[in-house]
Design a protein around this ligand. Sequence first.
Ligand code: SIN
Ligand code: CO
Length: 403
Amino acid sequence: MNIVAHEPQTLLGGLSAAEFLAKYWQKKPLLIRGAFVDFVSPLSPDELAGLACEDGIEARLVEEHGQDEQGRDKPWQVSHGPFDEATFARLPERDWTLLVQAVDHYVPEVNALLEHFHFLPRWRLDDIMVSYAPPGGSVGPHVDQYDVFLLQASGTRHWQLGGKVSDDVPIIPGIDLRILEHFEVQPDQEWLLEPGDMLYLPPGMAHHGVSRSTDCMTFSVGFRALSADESITSFADYLGEQLPASHRYTDPNLAPPTHPGEIDDAAIARMRALILNTLDDPAQMLEWFGRAMTQPKYTDQLVPSESPTDIAQLVAELQGGSVLERTLGSRFAYRDHGNSRATLFVDGDGLACDTGLAFLLAGNRPIDADTLDHPGSAEILAQLLDHGSLGWPYADENEDEDA
Ligand code: SIN
Ligand code: CO
């Protein structure tokens, strides 16, 4: 029995995981007061601004009543980072928002929050975006395509929900944000969120959150779901690389054409069978899906090791008490094939390995000397170190000392 599914969870307002999934997940919003009890933000607005000034970190600034580069008034102005001190110095006292993507990839204390979402598959999680806004700051009323948990980390934000909207809902043209032209709050669908409160929204729900304090920080725990368009293109690419050139359109039962220019029903039926039969391959689908769902958000964040790991040295390090760490932002999942064999998916790659090892690595248990009890573990750990998906905790400190 899955204990977690049936236990009431504070994070879900006293609902069990099974109740939340059945009643709310992908269906309707849920306001959870005190989801995190006595929550203290693991990040300050200044630290967030610091991240927004770093190269390679995706940051945006959204200003309401802003001006474009030519000094023309615009209802909304979006600029992209990296920013500098001068950017923050020129900002007014209200009506703007700083957004930083994937803060969980950079700040271990923010990453640690993801452990609380264990009632959902880890590979469905995308990242934690963090916003800071002075009073009046918002990103405008909008709709997201993904499920999101909006955790109030500090200060207060006033949220309004406008119900489900269709894909072709009108949006304000000419800005780099999809702000709804019309937004009408639904009855009883507005709340002031305080630190530790959380609002779950399914995809397609119009929402508008406006800061009501000088220290409003909101953490958006967002999920990933491939569109049909992305799935088909990506799966076809994956399969295509493995198909022999001889696997192609054939017509050994060809009947004489009534007109040499006509494409008849039989031709279409042959093509349809070729495509559908080739695609309908559950084993390949699994191999592709695991890779697709563990594709890192930013591939340049994985730093491969300069030289291949020496396996004897790796074993000695672990036996000497060192513990390997999963790289922040690295993604792990597995599929159990039975008979103690599994495919471990890590950062868009698939590795055949022992099930116990896959189970451990795709979870959150420490990767210490006990890991070596699993057959073939040293080789798998060495590969993951080489790819940059695992690392030694002291690697960064040594680099700092050398600098
Ligand atoms: C925000 O934090 O300001 C916006 C988050 C969202 O609406 O998705
Ligand atoms: Co949103």
